[in-house]
Design a binder for this molecule. Structure first.
Ligand SMILES: NC(=O)c1ccc[n+]([C@@H]2O[C@H](COP(=O)([O-])OP(=O)(O)OC[C@H]3O[C@@H](n4cnc5c(N)ncnc54)[C@H](OP(=O)(O)O)[C@@H]3O)[C@@H](O)[C@H]2O)c1
Length: 287
C-alpha cells in the first residue's frame, strides 16, 4: 500500500509524516525542492512534484494507492487541488483524504475557504473513495506569534470574543492516518475541533499564566492588524485573512456538541487541550 502525502514539509504535513512513521507506514512525500527533500525525517521517501505543474504529477503519483491531499494557501489553490484530483484519478489512486476547513460551507466568502469548495466537489464526483478532514484554527498557529507573545506580551491573532474550537495539528495527523488506513470513512466529512470554544482574551490569559508574564490581547482592530502584517505577508493574503478574522469576530468558529461524537469516529481519542499545548510550548520557549 503506497501512501503519498502533499504538504509534507509544512505544519500539518510534517506532523502527519511523523505520525505515519510512528505507525510503521512509509510516507511518500511530494516535494518541490531538493533542500526540502533532504530535510525529511529518516524513513520518509521524497518524490519530486509540484501541484502547480500538472506535468510533474503523473510520474509522482505512479503506483500510489492512497493520497493525503493538502493544498497550501495560494491564489491558485483551487487549480492546484484540481490538478491533484485529476492526476490521482489518472494514476489509479484508490483513496483520497483531503484536508479542508471546519464549517467551510458557512463562510465561502473567505477566499481560502471558498477556494477549497470546488476541490471538495471534484473529489466527491471523482469516483475515488474519499474523506474530508475539516479542522478549526490550529493551536500551532501561535508558534508564528512567539516574538509578540514572549517579547512584547501581546497576543496578536484577532479572533475576537465569540469563540473558536481550535485544534492541535497532532490530532489532525491522527485523524488523517486513521482515515487513510482504516475502513469505514468513505464519504465522511469530519470536523477536527478542540474541546474548548476559546475567546481571544482566554487565549492571552492562558499564555500569560504559563509564561509567568502579562500577555494581553491586541484587540479586534483589523486595520491595525493589516498594517502590522503587511511587512510579513503578501497583499492577497492580508486581504484573505482580514475577511476571515472579520468573520471570526462576528460569528466565531464554534463547534456544535454533536460534532464531538462525529469527530470521535476518526480521532478515536479525546482531543488535545489548548492549555496542555501552551504548557508544553511555554516550557520550551522559557528554555
Ligand atoms: N492555519 C490554520 O489554522 C488552518 C485551519 C484549517 C485549515 N487550514 C488550511 O491548512 C492549509 C495549510 O496547511 P499548513 O499550515 O500545514 O501548510 P504550510 O505549513 O503553509 O505548508 C504548506 C505545504 O504545502 C507545500 N506546497 C506549497 N505549494 C505547493 C505546490 N505548488 N506543490 C506542492 N506542494 C506545495 C509546501 O511545500 P514547500 O515546503 O515546498 O513550501 C508545504 O509543505 C491551508 O489550506 C489552510 O487553509 C489552516
Amino acid at each position: 500500500m503506497k501512501i503519498m502525502i502533499t504538504g509534507g514539509t509544512g505544519t500539518v504535513g510534517s506532523a502527519t509524516v511523523r505520525r505515519m512513521l510512528q505507525a510503521g507506514l512509509t510516507p511518500h512525500v511530494l516535494v518541490r525542492s531538493p533542500e526540502k527533500a533532504a530535510a525529511l525525517p529518516a524513513g520518509a521517501v521524497a518524490v519530486a512534484g509540484d501541484l502547480q505543474k500538472p506535468d510533474t504529477l503523473a510520474a509522482a503519483f505512479a503506483g500510489v494507492d492512497r493520497l493525503f491531499l493538502l493544498t497550501a494557501l495560494a491564489p491558485d489553490e483551487t487549480q492546484q487541488g484540481l490538478n491533484a484530483v485529476a492526476a490521482a484519478r489518472q494514476a489509479g489512486v484508490r483513496r483520497l483524504v483531503y484536508m479542508s476547513i471546519h464549517r467551510l460551507e458557512s463562510a465561502l466568502q473567505i477566499p481560502h475557504f471558498g477556494s477549497k469548495k470546488p476541490i471538495q466537489d471534484a473529489i466527491a464526483a471523482s469516483g475515488l473513495e474519499y474523506t474530508f478532514i475539516q479542522p478549526n484554527n490550529f493551536f500551532q498557529v501561535d508558534h508564528w506569534f512567539r516574538d509578540a507573545i514572549v517579547q512584547y506580551g501581546v497576543y496578536p491573532q484577532p479572533i475576537g470574543s465569540i469563540g473558536m474550537n481550535r485544534v492541535d495539528v497532532r490530532d489532525i495527523a491522527d485523524a488523517v492516518v486513521n482515515a487513510l488506513t482504516q475502513e469505514g470513512h468513505h464519504g465522511a466529512a469530519y470536523p477536527l475541533i478542540g474541546r474548548d470554544a476559546l475567546k481571544a482574551g482566554q487565549v492571552a490569559e492562558i499564555w500569560s499564566r504559563h509564561l509567568g508574564r502579562d500577555v494581553r490581547y491586541a484587540g479586534d482592530d483589523l486595520d491595525a492588524w493589516a498594517a502590522q502584517s503587511r511587512p510579513y505577508l503578501p497583499e492577497w493574503l492580508v486581504h484573505d485573512l482580514r475577511i476571515m478574522y472579520d468573520h471570526f469576530q462576528k460569528h466565531g468558529l464554534p463547534a456544535a456538541e454533536e460534532e464531538f461524537a462525529w469527530q470521535e469516529k476518526v480521532l478515536q481519542h479525546a482531543p488535545r487541550r489548548f492549555e496542555d499545548f501552551v504548557a508544553e510550548t511555554a516550557a520550551v520557549w522559557k528554555g
